[in-house]
Ligand binder design. Structure first.
Ligand SMILES: CC(=O)N[C@H]1[C@@H](OP(=O)(O)O)O[C@H](CO)[C@@H](O)[C@@H]1O
Length: 852
């Protein structure tokens, strides 16, 4: 039995190539070597750089192999086409060249060097190595068309060969001695040979049309995994998964690069017309060939067998062509061709240059990257940013600030804690009268009953933090008394909430909150490694789900040409935090959450050192407001603070850009895409919207009323979505626009082809980003609930290396909050220092800490 653990599974053709395919070949003799001349064993490098196997033997296709197969492949192809209905059994017999006295009468040659075989040993099998095509010159040289992957050994190395020719249906054999040979320049498969005793053109011409052979023993030793193609014929075909026998191999067809097994389906045997299917002979699809029990096991990709069943009007050739697309290697080629076409059409063919230079591994890396590009998204991004409708804001109506927003402030929290004397305030008067405490209790119930999930947005490249920063923001270490990474702080807060929820959960229930970590090409590997190294920070490994978002190529500022990090690497960047929705949907996470019974998902940015992860208050608040979208806001510090501003946009029908937007509007209450004009509404509809600081006009940012900023509700990137809403965001009618982020993008230096990418010192390109809050506009405003929170308690962003919003400012804020906790502890020892009591946990959570 041979499993295909190794990549080099071979299918050696014991070949009588063209014999049954071309009658013209059946008229001559053959040139053979006997089994004593075993000089040829080592595989050699083929003309196309691939490994050749002796006698045209070749390996079962594997995507990396590329073994030379053309010879036998072509042979079988011809065979198949001309003898389509030939049964495996009869063909196998024909294919084996067996010297027997009855079939090989004496060959009478006038030439002195040739020895006729009176009686060839019954046990000797021969394989063809060439066809004698014509004489050359006047000294008896012969041109042989090679049928072997080892032409040098066969046609240059002196030694015994055999010639077989068939005259009037009678086969005769001759043993000859090869004296020398040489390749005909420019003719890859033709060789000139000189045989002992054949000195003139006339003598040589006796052999025209003959076949040259060597003893089958001359074939290179087969690996365990190798199989002669004739041996495949007649083997049973079993579905590996169910062990169901589906049919028998009746033939092997080669299409050039890959062989196809022709299988007669068992279910159709004895019917008036049997059904034959083609199965690519590649290890991905035929993982096991058992030579002893004569069976192959297959794992056909979905649709392969169905595709095979001949349909009305589809020719065998067409079907075979489609079958070949199931071979990964083929698929890659076809897909790459499509990508090339697409890039050329986009005027981006410079990206393809690397495919014609460099090492194979570099070209492969580029191919892989090109195949991973989502071109429809890229096109969409280009249209958004460079298209005619380009507008930074794409404003469709008039803006206004949101109405007064509920405030989550555990007013007098310290007093409240003091009063409760170490008990979770479930029934106290304070709890029911205090909004925040009520939300807390409601939210904690949601956690306790497994109704919540959390997403951390951690796909960003943290370029603003400078070259010294870790590759992933979440790995950034906060120099607290007990230094901790952002991921660790956040994981510990999640654990706190779980512990607290356990207090109110059913006896014995230990709630687990799924924590989804949004990663990207840039952050996925290091993020996973970091979690692993840190034992998931005490969380259960199974509750941490890594969700990789898509990346898109970066383009030049002018003209949108794709930027290259090197000739073999496109500069790519994650598609912004709005890429979350597509990633959740495409990778089945929404379904997973749904199966768990999750109703609400909190989504926050990893760079906030004070974020209240899995905040029960937020969940309880959203539930009470029956919100689909929850948005935490704080008061802006100043007009120029780098935060998005939350506004309401009143869409008016007299706005010229209204038409386009209304036609895209999706009614999320019934999930259908509607044209607002069709429904008669929308002439004056309101939607929530966030204007990003990088895009909002300064007039808006600085507008004041009575000294106060008009637009002061800052988006702190701590949001919440109902699962139902997230599912609606998966509707194909919802397409978030891309925004242009002007960034310093590492690029290949023009002078140095192999250079490490050079980081520009000023923005040199565009990263395409979708914004998470662009989904708000799809939600009825009454289903959007804004919750104002305390900056000191919940917002300490780390954006920059130094100065505002840096690690230093964030650390100071965390310490300040924790100090409030400490001072409170000193005042009331009994209420605070009781280890892992619920009260300690609650306090730790409220004060930005964690349980040490
Ligand atoms: C697209 C997006 O979500 N941008 C957010 C996000 O900004 P960045 O500068 O991209 O980190 O976090 C800010 C709060 O830290 C928030 O104000 C802003 O709106």
């Amino acid at each position: 039995s041979s499993s295909f653990a190794s990549q080099s599974w071979s299918s050696f053709l014991c070949y009588s190539r063209l014999r049954s395919a071309s009658n013209s070949l059946l008229i001559g003799g053959g040139l053979l070597v006997d089994s004593d001349s075993r000089s040829l064993r080592k595989p050699i490098l083929g003309t196309n750089g691939s490994t050749k196997s002796q006698h045209g033997g070749h390996h079962r296709g594997d995507t990396s192999g590329g073994q030379l197969r053309f010879l036998l492949a072509a042979a079988i192809g011809l065979e198949f086409d001309s003898t389509g209905s030939m049964s495996g059994g009869s063909r196998r017999k024909e294919w084996t060249t067996r010297a027997s006295s009855s079939s090989f009468p004496i060959f009478h040659s006038s030439s002195g060097g040739a020895v006729a075989i009176d009686e060839a040993p019954d046990s000797t099998e021969f394989v063809e190595i060439g066809m004698i095509a014509e004489t050359h010159g006047i000294h008896g040289e012969l041109r042989v068309r090679s049928l072997t992957d080892f032409p040098v050994e066969r046609f240059e190395t002196p030694g015994v060969r055999y010639i077989r020719r068939i005259v009037m249906g009678k086969v005769s054999m001759l043993r000859v001695e090869l004296l020398k040979g040489r390749e005909i320049p420019g003719k890859q498969s033709s060789w000139l040979v000189t045989l002992k005793g054949f000195k003139t053109r006339e003598e040589a011409s006796e052999l025209l049309g003959s076949t040259m052979l060597v003893s089958a023993d001359e074939r290179p030793p087969m690996d365990e995994e190798d199989v002669y193609i004739p041996d495949l014929v007649g083997m049973s075909v079993i579905l590996q998964e169910t062990k169901e026998e589906i049919g028998t191999i009746v033939d092997v067809h080669s299409s050039g690069a890959n062989d196809l097994l022709r299988v007669c389906l068992a279910s159709t045997i004895n019917r008036s017309r049997d059904v034959q299917v083609w199965i690519p002979f590649v290890k991905e699809i035929v993982p096991l060939v058992d030579k002893e029990t004569r069976r192959v096991e297959i794992t056909p990709p979905a649709g392969l067998l169905e595709l095979n069943v001949p349909k009305e009007g589809a020719s065998k050739k067409e079907i075979r062509k489609q079958v070949l697309c199931f071979i990964p290697e083929r698929k890659t080629k076809a897909m790459l061709a499509a990508v090339k076409k697409r890039l050329t059409a986009l005027g981006q063919s410079h990206v393809l240059e690397g495919l014609n230079s460099g090492e194979e591994s570099q070209r492969e890396a580029l191919t892989e990257q090109l195949l991973s590009i989502n071109f429809s998204q890229f096109q969409h991004a280009l249209d958004n940013v460079f298209g005619s409708s380009e507008s930074k804001l794409r404003l469709i109506g008039e803006l206004e600030p949101p109405p007064a927003v509920p405030h989550a402030k555990w007013e007098g929290f310290e007093d409240w804690l003091r009063d409760t004397k170490g008990h979770i305030p479930e029934t106290s008067a304070a709890a029911s009268n205090n909004n925040t405490a009520r939300w807390w209790r409601g939210g904690l119930q949601l956690v306790a009953t497994g109704k919540v999930g959390v997403v951390v947005l951690a796909g960003g490249q943290s370029t603003r933090l400078g070259p010294e920063a870790p590759p992933v923001k979440g790995m950034l270490q906060l120099e607290l008394p007990h230094p901790k990474s952002l991921f660790q702080l956040q994981a510990e807060r999640l654990l706190l909430v779980q512990e607290l929820a356990a207090v109110v959960a059913a006896p014995g229930v230990k709630p687990q909150i799924p924590w989804l970590v949004l990663t990207s090409d840039a952050t996925d590997v290091p993020t996973r490694a970091f979690f692993e190294e840190n034992a998931y920070f005490g969380l259960n490994e199974s509750q941490v789900w890594f969700v990789k978002q898509e990346s898109l190529p970066c383009v030049s500022l002018e003209g949108g040409a794709i930027l290259m990090e090197s000739p073999w690497r496109v500069a790519i960047a994650p598609s912004g935090n709005g890429g979350l929705f597509a990633a959740l949907c495409a990778q089945g996470f929404l379904e997973k959450l749904s199966n768990l019974g999750v109703l609400y998902v909190q989504v926050y940015s990893v760079d906030n050192a004070l974020v209240r992860v899995a905040d029960p208050v937020f969940f309880g608040f959203a539930q009470e407001h029956e919100a689909d979208v929850g948005v935490k806001v704080i008061d802006k510090l100043s007009a120029d603070e780098a935060v998005g501003i939350v506004c309401l946009e009143r869409e008016t029908s007299d706005n010229p850009s209204n038409e386009k937007q209304t036609s895209e509007r999706v009614d999320l209450d019934n999930g259908e895409i509607q044209d607002a004009e069709d429904t008669g509404e929308g002439s004056n509809s309101l939607r929530y919207r966030v204007l990003e600081y990088s895009e909002a006009p300064s007039t808006l940012l600085t507008a004041r009323n009575g000294g106060q900023l008009v637009y002061r509700s800052a988006h702190i990137c701590v949001n919440l979505f109902s699962l139902a809403y997230l599912k609606k965001m998966a509707d194909p009618g919802i397409e978030l626009d891309f925004h242009a982020a002007h960034k310093c993008i590492p690029c290949a230096s023009k002078n140095l082809e192999h250079a490490i990418p050079v980081l520009a010192d000023k923005p040199n390109g565009i990263k395409f980003e979708q914004f998470i809050f662009d989904t708000f506009k799809f939600c009825q405003p009454e289903k959007v609930a804004l919750l104002e929170v305390e900056r000191e308690e919940e917002f300490a962003p780390i954006k920059n290396n130094v100065g505002a919003d840096s690690e230093e400012t964030a650390r100071n804020m965390v310490l300040a909050l924790q100090n409030r906790h400490s001072s409170l502890s000193q005042e009331n020892e009994s209420g605070f220092c009781d280890g892992l009591s619920p009260m300690s946990l609650l306090k730790a959570y409220a004060f930005g800490g964690s349980v040490e």
